[in-house]
Design a protein around this ligand. Structure first.
Ligand SMILES: C[S@@+](CC[C@H](N)C(=O)[O-])C[C@H]1O[C@@H](n2cnc3c(N)ncnc32)[C@H](O)[C@@H]1O
Length: 283
């Protein structure tokens, strides 16, 4: 599929444009989103039409017109081709997710990470997802792990509405509990000392919210899945830089911990990376 698209695009675009665009679009259900800040409008529409011709299931193509912004982590979109609609349904790891790609955060590029974390959760665990979006991490955990309960917090009312729909669609009633609000307030009010595992999939706030993640864990300790954006030159290791930052914070809190695993999830720009850290907190 990708090869066919590349061939088609090579007739319309310069080599430079082709390389830029080829790696910078996502397909979410029947919606494609292209990041092409420097392309001229004619090229953008050509690319959109080619995507629709090759990916027959795609009904709508948007250009992403802004970076991911604000507390809700959303982006501005401009219609390039097809139906003017922003909600769709997306399949991942045996689950189905309804999502509005303009009003909620969503990235198919985290699919491996979602499955990796779900694979670590043991039956009977209680989990809190502090930045749950439309519920992807939480629902994949609930679907793959027996007798688990995942408190799934998000501050965006639209994301929580979609999360509630996704709980119904995937029949994980009672296993995923959608909660609307600021995760630090919800943890302080209801979840202190209650959970075995905390997910923190919001790099921009993870360090600030780390003390609340620790306070949600049971007295005997547990796991924190921490995400970061990290700048690193060729000679630097982005995951090691994240470890240094997190170690400083945990040391200042007097917490015992082990960095059990770390990885680079993806590159997010020149010399910028998203990193993941699995932290085992020891009582
Ligand atoms: C990067 S997205 C999470 C994506 C999600 N885990 C997934 O796999 O699709 C971060 C989410 O955190 C939410 N958010 C931002 N600040 C928050 C806060 N203080 N408390 C709870 N949720 C928050 C945003 O609305 C957004 O949906």
């Amino acid at each position: 599929m990708r090869k066919r698209l590349r061939k088609k695009l090579s007739t319309a675009l310069s080599w430079e444009e082709l390389n830029q665009i080829y790696n910078s679009f996502d397909i979410i259900g029947d919606i494609a989103i292209i990041k092409m800040p420097n392309a001229n409008p004619v090229n953008a529409e050509t690319v959109a039409n080619h995507i629709m011709a090759v990916h027959r299931n795609v009904k709508t193509v948007f250009a992403q017109n802004s970076p991911i912004l604000g507390d809700f982590r959303v982006r501005a979109l401009r219609l390039l081709a097809g139906e003017d609609k922003t909600s769709t349904k997306y399949r991942e790891s045996g689950c189905m997710f309804a999502v509005d790609v303009e009003k909620c955060y969503f990235s198919p590029r985290l699919s491996h990470e979602r499955l990796r974390v779900a694979g670590m959760v043991k039956a009977g665990e209680t989990v809190v997802n502090m930045f749950a979006g439309v519920g992807c991490f939480s629902i994949i955990i609930a679907k793959t792990v027996g007798q688990t309960k995942v408190f799934s917090i998000d501050v965006n009312p639209t994301a929580v509405k979609y999360m509630e729909d996704n709980v119904r669609i995937n029949r994980v009633y009672g296993k995923v509990i959608p909660l609307l609000g600021d995760s630090k307030e919800i943890i302080n009010a209801q979840l202190q000392g209650k959970v075995d595992r905390v997910l923190m999939p919001l790099p921009e706030k993870a360090l600030e919210y780390l003390p609340y993640a620790v306070s949600a864990l049971k007295k005997r300790g547990g796991w924190i899945h921490y995400y970061d954006f990290q700048h690193a030159t060729r000679n630097e290791n982005p995951a090691e830089k994240t470890k240094l930052k997190v170690a400083e914070k945990l040391d200042s809190l007097g917490i015992g911990y082990i960095f059990a695993f770390s990885r680079v999830v993806r590159s997010t720009g020149p010399n910028w990376y998203q990193t993941a850290l699995d932290i085992q907190v020891i009582s």
